[in-house]
Design a protein around this ligand. Structure first.
Ligand code: ZN
Length: 325
């Protein structure tokens, strides 16, 4: 007789499910709480062939398997469904058998990521490892003041500006929407990575080294140490007035933008230079924006020139700032 064919009995110890956690992660934590191999518990829940490779994945469970999980975990299925999104969203194209308890593993979409270790321990002290679905731009657990976007996670007590940056980023999301904010953060992430690898902006590199030492990260390569400047840069990149300025002004006025950005970041304006044939990534970004709006810019300045001496002509202003996506 297979394990899933035997009657399900409640396990001695419970693990509380975490919001947006994968089913496999919850089962693994429940197994750890009861000092039980996770793969064996998965086979007890339903028909499946788990290996260690499935522990980073997720699983669809049919109704009989969900009922068994509820009994084993001593937690009502409705409560599990509230926390574990996969239990209530099996896609129509995934055909699970109805007759017997059954699990089907899948990769997870978007990929599950490691949850904050302190949040995980709070839900069950047996293990600090939990996997959850989370927006990629949720980099800091504001409850526990920890960097959670990469492993190892860092305690941020010695660099509070990193948690402040997460709160500032959340405001950016509220203001411009997640798509725009996330795209700007991605660009800022890449720009600051290049500043680190190309050894640009010495003031920033020094700051990142100092911050890295404070939180136990090694060097400016770690995203955590660059995060405050990333968010500051993302704020500049999304600002519609600056985008219009970059797209529309004549070339010699572009310097205002570099001076402003340098001041915001606490860097030297002179750092935005072409170095050994490599264009600074911020300058490349500005140039790309200008290229995309070259038609509007050239038309505006040509019209202005044409009407300069015409009697009664009204000076035109730049188009509304929302036009420079
Ligand atoms: Zn936490």
């Amino acid at each position: 007789m297979k394990r899933w064919e035997r009657p399900a009995r409640p396990l001695p110890l419970r693990a509380r499910p975490m919001a947006e956690e994968t089913v496999v992660s919850f089962v693994a934590r429940l197994a750890a709480a009861n000092d039980f191999p996770a793969t064996l518990l998965l086979r007890t829940i339903g028909d499946c062939t788990p290996g260690k490779h499935v522990l980073h994945r997720d699983a669809y469970l049919n109704d009989p398997a969900q009922d068994r999980l509820g009994i084993l975990a001593r937690t009502p299925v409705a409560q599990l469904r509230k926390a574990l999104p996969t239990l209530s969203c099996t896609p129509r194209y995934v055909a699970l058998p109805h007759q017997h308890p059954y699990l089907r593993f899948f990769r997870g979409s978007p990929y599950p990521v490691l949850a904050c270790r302190n949040c995980t321990l709070r839900h069950s002290p047996a293990t600090a490892v939990g996997w959850e679905y989370r927006d990629r731009d949720r980099c800091v657990c504001l409850t526990h003041n920890r960097w959670i976007s990469s492993a190892p996670q860092f305690n941020l007590a010695a660099a509070p500006e990193i948690a402040t940056a997460q709160a500032d980023y959340d405001e950016l999301v509220v203001r411009y929407g997640r798509d725009k904010a996330s795209a700007a953060l991605f660009q800022a992430w890449n720009m600051t990575t290049r500043w680190g690898t190309e050894q640009r902006h010495p003031a920033l590199l020094d700051r990142w080294h100092t911050r890295g030492a404070a939180i136990g990260a090694t060097g400016p390569g770690k995203a955590a140490v660059r995060f405050p400047e990333m968010v500051q840069l993302a704020q500049v990149l999304t600002d519609p007035d600056w985008r219009r300025h970059i797209a529309m002004v004549e070339l010699h006025h572009l310097d205002n933008f570099y001076r402003y950005t340098a001041r915001v970041l606490g860097a030297d304006r002179e750092g935005f230079i072409t170095d050994r044939g490599r264009v600074d990534p911020l300058c490349a970004w500005a140039q790309d924006l200008r290229t995309r709006h070259a038609g509007a810019r050239l038309g505006f300045w040509a019209d202005l020139q044409k009407n300069r001496y015409r009697y009664g002509s009204v000076p035109r202003s730049f188009p509304e700032s929302c036009h420079f996506e």
